[in-house]
Ligand binder design. Sequence first.
Ligand code: AMP
Length: 220
Amino acid sequence: MSHGRPGDLILMGPPGVGKGTQARLLVDRNGWVQLATGDIFRDHLRRKTPLGELAASYMYKGSYVPDDVTVGMVRERIAEIPRETRVMFDGFPRTVAQAEALDEILAKQGRAIGRVILLDVPRDELLDRLASRATCSICQAVYSTGHPPKAPGICDRCGGAVVATARPDDSPDVVRKRLEVYSDQTEPVVRFYDARGLVRRVDGVGDVEDVIKRLLEAAA
Ligand code: AMP
């Protein structure tokens, strides 16, 4: 562990658990930086870069982008973040190979993972959330029937228009595939960090503010 700074955080959990929303709120309030590989891929896709086109071919099928591509992208991004700033990884690492690569990348920079938080939501609720996902057209905050914006159609966070469309990878077939890939490839990552005693499990059901409180306690 590096001296004088809290370790970095990983927020884990299956698709639809609310990782993105919670991670955004947590980093905004605490001055941390969120590193969300899914967001970076979507940004490349919007800008139609070669990386975006490559990632899209995997994302739309519900499978993972190859490890070397994902790890390379994370390595570049981390290098831009000052060492004193706490990073919250969101959606990364998703495979044991990525977790091992992350150890190496962090060690070279005098950083280390201090805590892994596993957000937990029952499977039926996950499916419901994914089927009803709505996203702010400006800041990309995610809403659903169980977590609607306070004023209908208006983002709580930035006032942008909330568009009630699921992501292209939220169709039922792709969702089923994403959940399957999560249990095959990402649950082993939880065991990887469990073996080091780093994992805290947090109940992701309920009001966003309550979940945030639980997450903050787990991150401390
Ligand atoms: P997310 O927004 O985190 O749900 O990610 C959306 C999609 O991007 C995933 O279903 C994957 O296709 C891809 N993706 C995001 N993060 C990773 C990662 N760490 N490894 C491989 N693929 C990823």
